[in-house]
Design a protein around this ligand. Structure first.
Ligand SMILES: Cc1ncc(COP(=O)(O)O)c(C=O)c1O
Length: 367
């Protein structure tokens, strides 16, 4: 007989260890620096939630009834307008759906779309760990690949791409996106493009996968988040857009599963999506921090690879990523080892731009 607790442990046991615990010794070492730790390891926003968004949340706080899984009419319109402006100008044929941040969606998307044992999901060779977790929760097989030609005869049901990438900051050009869409359609697979850093371009201009679809979104989904654009990681606010049939299917399942964005957060999302001023200001903050950190890491002899867009610098000293983490920790700077993001990342570390101006200046002064 399998006990209920045993069955629960079996699901958790199939998932990777939560890697951040392994960073604790480096964190303790960095904290011993006389001028204090500069934590550049986790990409969590540190700047305030813009007033316009906080006001909308407060205004909507008397929310006794159940919210709609599909989002209010006004929220759906706000998402549509944003997607139209940033991703698919002039086309109305896409579906939209709010999500409770994008991490839950990433973790449950394969399951929600009926992917399971015997199916294969392709994820980037170095990537956000939750793609793999989602495939494991669904009981499917994961393959890490950046090139379609590297894929064998496996029954691929879904392909994740992420541009600008976490952790590398790599941007996929439109021609690459087009090829992935064609490849997937020929095989009946779904392409899911995680674009949560789309609005942070530096030396390259990332484009949405929806922009290469010529108004026909079959088999294509784009994932967006307000966590970084609007400092809303604490609100849990994201959305998905693309193939209307797939979005309808997701809505149907999510309704049953209670995956509902809280009403006050829906109101806050409307305010956030309708205001580009705060997003421009936040982008400027990250741009300034990026320049300081970039110069400092180059001065210290690091190579910086990709990092053309997004919230991170992908740096290397040509050694094992844990050795670099320790070297930086001795200088009071905490970073994330590239090994967290896949075996191909084990000679790099990820440097987040999400620290205050004061802490970023402190880090830059240590080289
Ligand atoms: C590539 C990528 N996708 C999705 C997420 C999830 O973000 P959130 O759940 O805050 O929307 C993150 C968070 O860091 C990320 O880096």
């Amino acid at each position: 007989m399998v006990s209920a607790a045993g069955a629960r442990r079996a699901l958790a046991a199939g998932l990777p260890d939560f890697p951040w615990d392994r960073l604790e010794p480096a964190k303790a070492a960095a904290a011993r620096h006389p001028d204090g730790i500069v934590d550049l390891s986790i990409g969590t926003p540190v700047d305030p939630v813009p007033d316009v968004i906080r006001a909308a949340l407060a205004e909507a706080s008397n929310a006794p009834g159940y919210p709609l899984t599909a989002g209010t009419v006004r929220l759906r319109e706000a998402i549509r307008d944003w997607v139209d402006r940033w991703c698919a100008p002039g086309s109305a044929a896409f579906g939209v759906l709010p999500t409770i941040g994008s991490k839950e969606l990433v973790a449950w998307l394969p399951t929600l779309l009926g992917i399971g044992p015997g199916d294969t999901v392709v994820i980037p060779s170095v990537c956000y760990p939750t793609y793999e977790v989602g495939v494991q929760l669904a009981g499917a097989e994961v393959v890490r690949a950046d090139s379609l030609t590297a894929l064998g005869p496996a029954r691929v049901r879904m392909i994740w791409i992420n541009s600008p990438s976490n952790p590398t900051g790599r941007v996929l050009p439109p021609a690459h996106l087009r090829k992935v869409v064609e490849w997937a359609r020929e095989r009946g697979a779904i392409v899911v493009s995680d674009e949560c850093y789309l609005t942070l371009p530096w030396e390259a201009s990332p484009v949405s996968i929806l922009s290469v679809c010529d108004g026909v979104f079959d088999n294509v989904l784009a994932v967006h988040s307000l966590s970084k654009r609007s400092n809303l990681a604490g609100y849990r606010a994201g959305y998905i857009s693309g193939d209307p049939a797939l979005v309808d299917e997701l809505l149907a399942v999510r309704k049953h599963a209670g995956m509902i964005v809280p009403g006050p957060v829906q109101a806050a999302m409307i305010a956030a999506l309708g205001d580009e001023t705060h997003a421009d200001e936040q982008r400027e903050r990250y741009a300034r921090r990026r320049v300081l950190l970039r110069e400092a890491f180059l001065r210290a002899g690091f190579s910086i690879e990709h990092s053309e867009a997004g919230l991170y610098l992908w740096v290397t000293r040509g050694e094992d990523s844990w050795a670099t983490v320790d070297w930086l920790a001795e200088r009071g700077i905490l970073t994330a080892p590239g090994a967290f993001y896949g075996p191909a990342g084990e000679r790099h570390v990820r440097v987040g731009l999400t620290a205050t101006d004061e802490r970023v200046a402190a880090a830059a002064a240590r080289f």
